[in-house]
Design a binder for this molecule. Structure first.
Ligand SMILES: [Zn+2]
Length: 203
């Protein structure tokens, strides 16, 4: 036997959602309450047959911060959509800017890392932010100009540290941390925003 009803969400879910939100409750022979957020942004509660609506409402109130944060994430993802492609002219402008900005950062951080370097090349790529060859030649992605300055610093320091360690070992990360103590936050920035930024490369 199944019995379903709707309970009113006991808080406002914010922009883009109807207010009030009515949440379907499916009652069945289960013992506990469970909340699901479906990909379309709608909520669903499953619960025991005889659970009163008031208890479901209290359960939803308890889950408010979880619900709010997940709805916000879905909203951001929907708004982000397909990132806009940069034009050839825009890429050229980024390359021009990167040719002065990134070498300046190399000059600033090279001594702190304690290494020398060779040629610095600016590329437009959809695959990597930077690289460092065995000979010490550095290359950087012009899309870095669309990243925050501290994220740019991190990539520069990362590549310079490859002059000390040509790998991503614990020793390598210790060098990075020495010059860029908040490198974890910068890595997180690239995890969250990097893929969308790469998709903006034309072609
Ligand atoms: Zn690396």
């Amino acid at each position: 036997m199944m019995y379903s009803s709707h309970v009113r969400l006991p808080f406002s879910p914010g922009d883009g959602y109807p207010d009030p939100v009515w949440v379907p409750v499916i009652r069945s022979a289960r013992k506990t309450l469970a909340l699901t957020l479906k990909p379309d942004g709608t909520l669903l509660v499953r619960g025991p047959l005889r659970i009163p609506d008031a208890e479901v409402t209290a359960f939803l109130a308890q889950k408010e911060s979880w619900i709010q944060s997940h709805l916000a994430k879905q909203r951001d993802a929907a708004e982000a959509g397909e990132p806009e492609r940069l034009t050839r002219e825009e890429i050229d402008a980024l390359i021009r800017g990167a040719r002065t900005d990134l070498p300046a950062r190399v000059i600033r951080f090279g001594p702190a890392v304690g290494v020398s370097w060779g040629r610095i090349t600016i590329r437009n790529q959809r695959t990597r932010w930077g690289s460092c060859s065995a000979a010490g030649n550095l290359s950087f992605n012009c899309l870095l100009m669309l990243a925050p300055p501290e994220a740019r610093d991190y990539v520069v320091i990362h590549e310079l540290c490859h002059r000390l360690e040509m790998n991503h070992s614990a020793r390598f990360w210790a060098h990075v941390a020495r010059v860029c103590p908040d490198y974890q936050a910068q890595k997180k920035w690239f995890r969250e925003h990097g893929p969308a930024l790469m998709k903006r490369m034309f072609g």
